[in-house]
Design a protein around this ligand. Sequence first.
Ligand code: ZN
Length: 304
Amino acid sequence: MLKSLNSDSIALLAGIEGGGTKFKCAVATQDLKILRSKSIDTSSPKETLNQVRDFLLSCQSDIRCISSIGIGCFGPAQISRESTRYGYIETTPKQGWSNINVLGFFKKFFQAPSAFDTDVNVAARSEFELGAAKSYENFAYVTVGTGIGVSVYMGGNVAKGISHFESGHQLVPRHPFDKEFVGVCDFHNNCLEGFASGPSIEKRWGKNPEEIPDDHMAWDIEGYYLGVLCVNLTLNYRPDKIILGGGVMNRRCLFKKIRQNYKFLMGSYLEQNLPPDKFIVPAHLSNDSGVIGALLLAKNEISE
Ligand code: ZN
């Protein structure tokens, strides 16, 4: 519902979390008070982006002009500002979405400064500024849902190579009782996303993960693969913390299993500064971390 604003001087931020299943959009004041939000099913690029645009235009007409836009989008995506393809989704298995200029689409309709990053990076930003990573400069943020994404912060900044990391597709050893399963990744035979994303759980057990009880072996296997991920992230990046969010991580019994697997697989190698239940932790902002991170990205555009 539309709420009134006290001051005309308040900048209106727009945040868009573009996910493979839904686009979540919000407009907010500069102190991140969300005034209006909308969730749009991800269908074709044209239909989806037009609906997001219409939502933002209606907010402009009802509230005020949007001062800046932050977009966190599924990928692979081009997030380098130096690239001529900044703001594009690159080759993606998501039907119809390869080579779509998401940032360019919004620039056609809005004059406001705008910024583009991955959905995982913006979620990590929100955990860094407001959530589980507050006061930690080195951490890894993992989202486990339709896909698996990883964002790594080092020294208070998101780390990247020529583009964002793709640690969700790292190759992993199979669970001893998971020898036959053909993963869901179109590109790799033995990758984490293929074995441990939400769709992989559904394919392996033939049912919606939400219908699988806590004492089912599904969660032992899932805890193993995510434990492997935490070991690899620790060996590669030495984070102070590993934060796990996304729909699959709403299954809270997983955290204990991940910590146990981490401990077993790591052995006595490397001591962490924090005890296991403080080292491998749930995201604080859970389902809102993406859209809040997109709003923080928008805010950063006008405060730089
Ligand atoms: Zn893969």
